[in-house]
Design a protein around this ligand. Structure first.
Ligand SMILES: Nc1nc2c(ncn2[C@@H]2O[C@H](COP(=O)(O)OP(=O)(O)OP(=O)(O)O)[C@@H](O)[C@H]2O)c(=O)[nH]1
Ligand SMILES: [Mg+2]
Length: 179
């Protein structure tokens, strides 16, 4: 098998279930089942991740962002009577507080040294051709609840006609937090 295109054995620490997932992913890839290999590797990544990720998904204007703010005890995610959340917002514990704009693969697009611009970044509807079209926001915030190892993910509403805003919600569970 071509080792360059093979699933990496270096990313996660050795663990029987992790090793089995890696072996099976290699087998799936050798049999031409890239789809299964990708799912197995994503599951393997979740095994190695110490944080618990809570993704809030629901229809438009159902109080998803309000729920997250309630959990945090802080008005962090934008709340509005109009469409408020237009892209994924991943909130994790971290200092200094900042917003990092990331591509779906985790590479960094931009960084804001405070949370002042978060509402604008989260609310601006992604448009075709924009380098930020598929970007998500990683918010580092100092928060006692998040400090327990929880990552909260706010998502655009699902349903209705806003497919470009809806699509990221469907990929939220496979998004891999960095760092
Ligand atoms: N009555 C009532 N209103 C709520 C509640 N939670 C949120 N709202 C209001 O509902 C509106 C939408 O709240 P958001 O938290 O922005 O809802 P959302 O689901 O994040 O909205 P989108 O991101 O646009 O899909 C705001 O005006 C909130 O004040 C609730 O529990 N009760
Ligand atoms: Mg919202």
């Amino acid at each position: 098998m071509d080792t360059k295109s093979s699933p990496s054995a270096t990313a996660e620490a050795s663990h029987p279930v992790s090793d089995a997932a890696l072996d099976t992913a290699r087998l799936a890839r050798a049999l031409g089942r890239e789809d299964l290999a990708a799912m197995l590797l994503a599951a393997r990544g979740r095994l190695a991740r110490p944080e618990t990720v809570l993704v809030v998904i629901g229809e438009f204007k159902k109080g998803k962002s309000s729920l997250i703010n309630g959990i945090l005890g802080r008005d962090l995610c934008p709340v509005d009577d109009d469409i408020a959340t237009a892209r994924l917002v991943l909130v994790r514990h971290g200092a200094p507080e900042q917003v990092i704009v990331r591509n779906p693969d985790g590479t960094e697009l931009a960084r804001s040294p405070d949370l002042a611009g978060l509402a604008r970044l989260a609310t601006e509807a992604p448009s075709g051709g924009d380098p930020m079209e598929h970007a998500y926001l990683e918010v580092c915030a100092e928060n006692a609840f998040l400090a327990h190892g929880v990552i909260l993910v706010d998502t655009p509403g699902v349903g209705g006609g806003l497919s470009s805003a809806t699509k990221p919600s469907r990929s939220a569970t496979s998004m891999r937090p960095t760092g």
